[in-house]
Design a protein around this ligand. Structure first.
Ligand code: SF4
Ligand code: SF4
Length: 227
């Protein structure tokens, strides 16, 4: 993990690590979410099979299960709990285990921990009847494994483009409609959707080199492998 090649041996509370992105949560952090110290609105989920940048291994990978992370500030990666002017963590006494383990001058502790015992949505919502089934159904119907399979098949057989586009477009529509319904029917605030359902497919498909364009209520998928 490359933070900045520090020469110091103590934390200077500079906030550089926090500006590179919020932490992923682990089972040890469950209580922080259940108690509302870290509200669900501050979280987003990287779902199984979603392309991720593995900063510790230094390579692109596909999520092996849920990775629940603290959101950034708008389009910025910076952890939303960092106070920009003072570089102070606003939840310092209740910060997640990754933040407690991170020492930029010695990354062994964070490397040993970062992919172990990750917190999942099931840990938090598995006993919420109705909602959990809906999340599982969404995971099935918008499975990244299916999208990846379609994208890989297309690379070797471009003639399958229409078939792949129809299948993926159906997923995009389902994903978008479900989000709308949950908000319109008052089942979830919009700010919680990225935690409950992961980020919208319209935002994540670029990880598979697919761009979703919209015109006149219609979707068009553009495959950058062909452009
Ligand atoms: S651990 Fe983070 S806040 Fe502390 S000195 Fe290193 S980069 Fe700065
Ligand atoms: S929770 Fe606090 S310590 Fe952890 S990344 Fe965010 S601002 Fe930094």
């Amino acid at each position: 993990m490359d933070i900045s090649n520090p020469t110091h041996q103590t934390c200077r509370k500079c906030g550089t690590c926090c500006r590179k992105g919020g932490p992923a949560l682990h089972r040890e952090d469950r209580r922080l979410v259940m108690d509302g110290r870290i509200p669900a609105e501050a979280l987003y989920t990287i779902r199984t099979g979603e392309p991720v940048q593995d900063n510790v291994a230094g390579q692109r990978a596909y999520a092996q299960g849920d990775i629940i992370k603290i959101k950034g500030n708008g389009d910025d990666w910076c952890c939303r709990f960092l106070e920009d002017e003072t570089a102070r963590c606003t939840i310092y006494d209740h910060r997640p285990v990754e933040c407690r383990a991170l020492q930029c001058w010695d990354t062994r502790a964070i490397e040993a921990l970062y992919d172990r015992d990750r917190l999942t949505r099931q840990d938090l919502l598995g006993d919420v009847a109705g909602l959990w089934e809906l999340i599982e159904d969404h995971d099935r119907r918008c499975a990244y494994a299916t999208i990846r399979h379609q994208a890989e098949q297309l690379e070797s057989d471009p003639s399958r483009q229409t078939e792949a586009s129809n299948l993926i477009t159906d997923m995009v529509k389902y994903d978008e409609n479900l989000r709308k319904l949950l908000v319109e029917n008052g089942h979830a605030p919009e700010t919680m959707l990225d935690f409950l359902l992961g980020r919208p497919l319209t935002a994540t498909l670029n990880g598979f080199h697919i761009k979703v364009e919209r015109a006149g209520g219609q979707y068009r998928l553009v495959y950058s492998i062909f452009t």
